[in-house]
Ligand binder design. Structure first.
Ligand code: OOG
Ligand code: MG
Length: 262
């Protein structure tokens, strides 16, 4: 850790205000080049603490920058992890208000709910498979608080990995009914295909993102409790949206998830 607790608290407030006011800011490493990974996650933890103190429940975890398409789009090479709050959830088929966001982009994500606790370090794929209750599709609406989505990994970790909104689909499936590697995903914007991929785009297997999350938490003395909702990260590059757009994502064997931006 290179930042003082006061600086961490100040940066958490700065980034949370940018989110709540939908106003972009410059990436925080410009002012704090010495910031390390622990500082970055400490800022994210402080944002989470602030939200929970205001009564907003943490309802899930997310992995980000897990697909090769996303890593290439953002010019980075390591997955990152963040949290999801209750107020970020929107109903399937509903409306997303763009006036509350800076420059939203959509991502198609394969998600899971767990039925057993996972604790790293040393957590592996078989343990994760045994802990999966069911698989659900979702769309994440990311909204970096950084101007033009220009950031480095530490800045984006501090900014809770651009988490803003998410829409969970209504069809759930058991893991053994699916082949998560070959599961096809087609992302349509305004009736036209904008991107497509298969599950293997996410780290070779989407559950690898859950393995990494459990090991990441374990390294920090935390676990992923039973009943956790986890988003494994966008399978394709993120697609920019604006008011008037309609997004529909077709997930093989898992139905569709749609929403309108107003
Ligand atoms: C960071 C968040 C990425 C994903 O699914 O890859 C993410 C960003 O690109 O702003 O959520
Ligand atoms: Mg995402």
């Amino acid at each position: 850790m290179n930042l003082t607790p006061q600086t961490i608290a100040g940066l958490a407030e700065h980034l949370e205000s940018a989110e709540l006011l939908a106003r972009d800011v410059t990436k925080i490493t410009d002012e704090h080049p010495g910031m390390d990974w622990d500082d970055a996650y400490a800022i994210q933890d402080e944002i989470r603490r602030r939200k929970e103190a205001h009564g907003q429940r943490t309802v899930g975890m997310k992995a980000g920058l897990t697909s090769f398409a996303k890593m290439k789009q953002m010019g980075v090479d390591t997955p990152v992890f963040g949290f999801l709050s209750d107020y970020m959830s929107r109903p399937e088929g509903g409306e997303i208000r763009t006036s509350e966001l800076i420059h939203p982009k959509v991502e198609a994500e394969i998600c899971v709910v767990t039925k057993a606790a996972l604790k790293g370090p040393g957590c592996h794929l078989a343990q994760v498979m045994a802990a999966i209750d069911f698989v659900v599709p979702a769309v994440e609406i990311i909204d970096s608080r950084y101007r033009d989505f220009k950031f480095d990994l530490k800045s984006v970790v501090a900014d809770n990995t651009s988490a803003a909104r998410f829409v969970v689909g209504s069809r759930m499936r058991a893991l053994d009914e699916l082949d998560l590697r070959t599961l096809g995903v087609v992302l349509e914007k305004n009736g036209q295909i904008a991107a497509m991929a298969a599950g293997a785009a996410v780290l070779g297997h989407p559950l690898t993102a859950v393995v990494m999350l459990a090991n990441h938490l374990g390294a920090r003395g935390q676990e992923l409790p039973a009943g956790s909702f986890v988003m494994t990260g966008g399978v394709t590059e993120a697609i920019a949206v604006q008011a008037g757009d309609h997004v529909n994502v077709r997930f093989q064997d898992l139905g569709s998830v749609s929403m309108r931006f107003v």
